[in-house]
Design a protein around this ligand. Structure first.
Ligand code: TMP
Length: 204
């Protein structure tokens, strides 16, 4: 039986979700919660090895292989780390989960969303987030924030790909229970305030 809350932070690369996740961890710790911060792809030793394969710049990875690697990482991470933490009553914060696969491999690469939904269900054993926060910024900000940063294989995708993903995220927010758009163009403190309001709405 799951006792803890499962919070997922989503959004395109460089949307600021890691900064917000760290701030949120401090906020939840101050409230006396037992918190686990984790990420996908990765989160366990085996899943981190899969992460290295899938994100290696220049690696030959077909779209279907890419999808299956993300799902393999998710299956390991969910079973080994997320579910036990939730059962122990921890608040689990995960940077990226099933919605990333729909956004990148589905809306972005064009793989059938029905296939992705099926694989997501298998990899998560049906686990769903209690809340999904989707950080979206305008393209102008992506370019400004990315200028000096290292790019992994997926960050080197072009503008059209990112626009498809953005539309995908907006679609998914519409049809996913407990998923919210967070305006990532705002300043860090305002974004954090919005995030805390959304959590409060869900008694987190
Ligand atoms: P990160 O840099 O936010 O850790 O994410 C790594 C990259 O992997 C990022 O470009 C998004 C991508 N990704 C997918 O394409 N599909 C997925 O299912 C996940 C979890 C991440």
């Amino acid at each position: 039986m799951k006792k803890g809350k499962f919070i997922v932070l989503e959004g395109p690369d460089r949307c600021g979700k890691s900064t917000q996740a760290k701030m949120l961890v401090n906020y939840l710790l101050e409230q006396g919660k037992d918190v686990l911060l984790t990420r996908e792809p990765g989160g366990t030793p085996t899943a981190e090895r899969i992460r290295q394969i899938v994100l290696e710049p220049g690696a030959e990875v077909s779209p279907m292989t890419e999808l299956l690697l993300y799902e393999a990482s998710r299956a390991q991470h969910t079973e080994e780390k997320i579910l036990p933490a939730l059962k122990a009553g921890k608040t689990v914060l995960c940077e990226r989960y099933t919605m990333s696969t729909c956004a990148y491999q589905g809306y972005g690469r064009g793989i059938d969303l029905k296939i992705i939904d099926t694989l997501n269900r298998i990899a998560t054993v049906g686990l769903k987030p209690d809340i999904t926060l989707v950080f979206l910024m305008s393209d102008k900000y992506f370019t400004e924030r990315g200028e000096y940063l290292f790019s992994d294989r997926l960050e080197q995708e072009d503008l059209a790909f990112r626009q498809k993903m953005r539309r995908g995220y907006l679609d998914m927010i519409e049809r996913t229970p407990n998923a919210y758009l967070v305006d990532a163009d705002k300043n860090i403190m305002d974004i954090q305030a919005h995030v805390r309001e959304l959590l409060a709405k869900h008694q987190i």
